[in-house]
Write a protein that binds this ligand. Structure first.
Ligand SMILES: C[S@@+](CC[C@H](N)C(=O)[O-])C[C@H]1O[C@@H](n2cnc3c(N)ncnc32)[C@H](O)[C@@H]1O
Length: 346
């Protein structure tokens, strides 16, 4: 268990406590030991979870309709390269990938060859469409415990167990602005906010599309969600114990889309749209894409219909997953938000 050993060593060296964000960074992204940084199967039927681009081509072909016309696409966190594989065939544009995992970068290189350019960091000035599908939910989050004794930060001790300390600094300032009734535990995505702000600042012209599961702040910090949204995925089973298999399973938190929209505005971007994945895909013309499939050939059509069901059904990805777009005003209006834009809910 190299990840467990390495994390315990770091906790000991830090005096017996690290923040949960640091724990999540090590367990997911640390080179050599992290879940995303190692050779685990992760994606697909044989892995731990399936993302929209891994289901088939419907998601990518529909998204392509929104992305047509941008001269460059920058995909953040490209996973197995499934979406890049499809979009580079559908669209005639430059395609850049920023991927933090060396192992996944290598898999993407093998699959995509010279069709994409890998970049190590965001350029200071960026033009084009940026896409991040199921990337923000994998970003480390801080945990806050609003208790009868004040606002505490929930971290990890040397027994890999929860341990609370008074929250300080930026975390405390953000937590103080969130109105919940104690006792209440939830996540605050400080790193996602900083990431969005930097991304928005670097965007000279274009749009950033964040696609992920989550809610506006009012629903995120709802009284009924008093133990937060943290979840682990191992072999298609979800559970709530992030200490069970560090480095061997996915740990995620839902995305607070209000916080991302605020961070984008603070970075100088405008809010271009926010809606459910189902509404976005319908607006982009998923029914036209479906109609191109041959419904008379049941063998061919059945998996495509099942894919559409998974992407659109409110009981599957259609409602829990959202699409947020921010960027420069000259990109508006975007077809994906033509009907049912929920920007006012953020
Ligand atoms: C759940 S996977 C999703 C992969 C792909 N977008 C998909 O939909 O199949 C998360 C991906 O984001 C990458 N990642 C996580 N944090 C990142 C960051 N800050 N910048 C770029 N990539 C990141 C991971 O290595 C992985 O490729």
């Amino acid at each position: 268990m190299p990840a467990r050993r390495r994390i315990l060593d770091e906790i000991a060296a830090a005096g017996g406590w690290i923040s949960f964000a640091r724990y999540m960074q090590l367990a997911l992204h640390e080179p050599g030991i992290g879940y995303y940084a190692s050779g685990a199967r992760k994606f697909g039927a044989a892995g731990d979870f399936v993302t929209a681009p891994e289901l088939g081509s419907l998601f990518g072909r529909t998204l392509a309709r929104q992305l047509a016309g941008f001269e460059r696409i920058v995909e953040l966190g490209a996973g197995t390269g499934a979406l890049a594989d499809l979009l580079t065939r559908e669209l005639n544009c430059e395609y850049w990938v920023l991927e933090t995992s060396a192992e996944l970068r290598e898999r993407q290189r093998k699959r995509l060859g010279g069709r994409v350019r890998h970049i190590d960091r965001l350029p200071e000035r960026l033009r084009g469409a940026v896409i991040a599908n199921e990337v923000v939910d994998a970003m480390p989050v801080h945990l806050v415990h609003w208790s009868a004794h004040g606002i505490l930060e929930r971290g990890v001790d040397g027994a890999l167990a929860w341990s609370d300390r008074p929250a300080i600094g930026e975390l405390r300032a953000v937590a103080e602005r969130i109105a919940v009734a104690a006792p209440y535990v939830s996540e605050v995505g400080l790193l996602a906010r900083a990431w969005m702000r930097t991304l928005a600042q670097s965007l000279e012209r274009g749009a950033i599309f964040v696609i992920d599961y989550g809610f506006p702040a009012r629903e995120y910090y709802h009284p009924q969600r008093a133990s937060g949204t943290l979840m682990c995925h191992y072999q298609h089973r979800a559970h709530a114990d992030p200490f069970a298999r560090p480095g061997e399973e996915d740990i995620t938190a839902h995305v607070d889309f209000s916080a991302l929209a605020d961070a984008a505005r603070a970075g100088g971007a405008e809010l271009l749209g926010y809606t459910s994945q189902a509404q976005f895909l319908v607006n982009c013309g998923i029914t036209d894409v479906l109609a191109q499939a041959n419904a008379e050939n049941a063998l061919h059509y059945a998996p495509i219909a099942a894919e559409a069901q998974k992407l659109l059904s409110p009981a599957e990805m259609g409602e829990l997953f959202k699409v947020l777009a921010v960027g420069t005003a000259d990109c508006a209006p975007l077809i994906g938000f033509r009907d049912g834009d929920r920007s006012a809910s953020l």
